[in-house]
Design a protein around this ligand. Sequence first.
Ligand code: SAH
Ligand code: SF4
Length: 384
Amino acid sequence: MPPDIKALTREELEARFKTWGEPAFRVAQLLDWLYARRATNWDAMSNLPKNLRAQLRESFSLQILELARKQGSPDTTQKFLWRLADGAFIESVLIPANPALYGEASDRHTLCISTQVGCAYGCKFCASGLDGWKRNLGVHEIVEQVLAVERAGCHLPVAGGQLETAASEPAIFNPQPATADRIVNNLVVMGMGEPLANYDHLIAALKILNAPWGGGIGARRITISTSGLAPQIRKLAVEPLQFRLAISLHGATDEVRNRIMPVNKKYPLTELAAACEDYQKLKGRMITLEYILIAGINDALEQTRPLAALAKRLYAKVNLIPYNKVEDLPWVRPAEEVCERFLTALEKLGVTATLRREKGGDIDAACGQLRLKTERELAKSPVI
Ligand code: SAH
Ligand code: SF4
């Protein structure tokens, strides 16, 4: 299979077009079809000359994520299950910032995207790692999640529609601004997989999603979440783009983390904290510590002291998330009072903390759950 067109940057496309003797404005037209109008096939690109379209078809693939299943409605959290070209499944979750109360569409959305099929890190509470790791996503498969959600989630002008322009008249071609009709304003890399274990594809994809000619999503509106891969955190610290970083901590001592997150044996807290500290110093940006509250595992009040100490050392804020039940796993979320008490204790210790009052818990929104459910249903009867 030739490389996918959505794995290339503008500069790479310009270099290729140059070798074909094509003028630079053709690249702008192509990018407009791909990222502003989210075209799904070469034939839709009606203002590109036929021979150029043929050349593109021969040199690149143009893969589109196929929607296998969708849960939720446009004014609540929506979960998308995608079937990839090789039949594997991944998930993306679209979360409205202000769920519309009176039926109008919410204008701000956060999209949670996946970076791998499955996950090798096997955190004990997580659905994504239950069946192990299958493969890394390609750059285009990460990028396509945003485009495919925007295609599926709103009614856009159909590719190949009104803006047809004769190839000889590039001046009257008037592309929509890259941000027009965008429904994804924020991106969190918190879906299936460990993003920093697919580092190169992740960074290449985020550059495309950030570029004004691509996804147009500001770097400060993009958050990468990691279970704690210390060497890659150091690598991320020297990337020029200002992405946000979240650490899936879930335990403030090695004892707790070792019980639920095998990655802690490889990168124990001292090493992880040192990498985060260096990251914070280099970037000068606030890190977020994610802390799922799991009954009887990490919700005891004495855990708030080491957690507060770490948060202060890293100038980090803490996001408390009541655990989402995963089928077949024994873990449960603590009672609401326990979560509230944990939050209050942290705040008393001088930490900035929030407690998530769940959106989407009712539709299997925790990462990996819809895929797991679908794969199990498929194993029983092979049609969904
Ligand atoms: N691998 C990365 C990113 C994907 S997981 C990481 O671990 O950070 C995204 C977040 O969802 C992590 O903080 C993870 O711990 C959390 N998570 C996984 N299963 C969950 C569940 N059942 N309930 C609540 N949060 C969960
Ligand atoms: Fe993988 Fe993150 Fe789930 Fe751990 S929490 S198994 S690292 S996806």
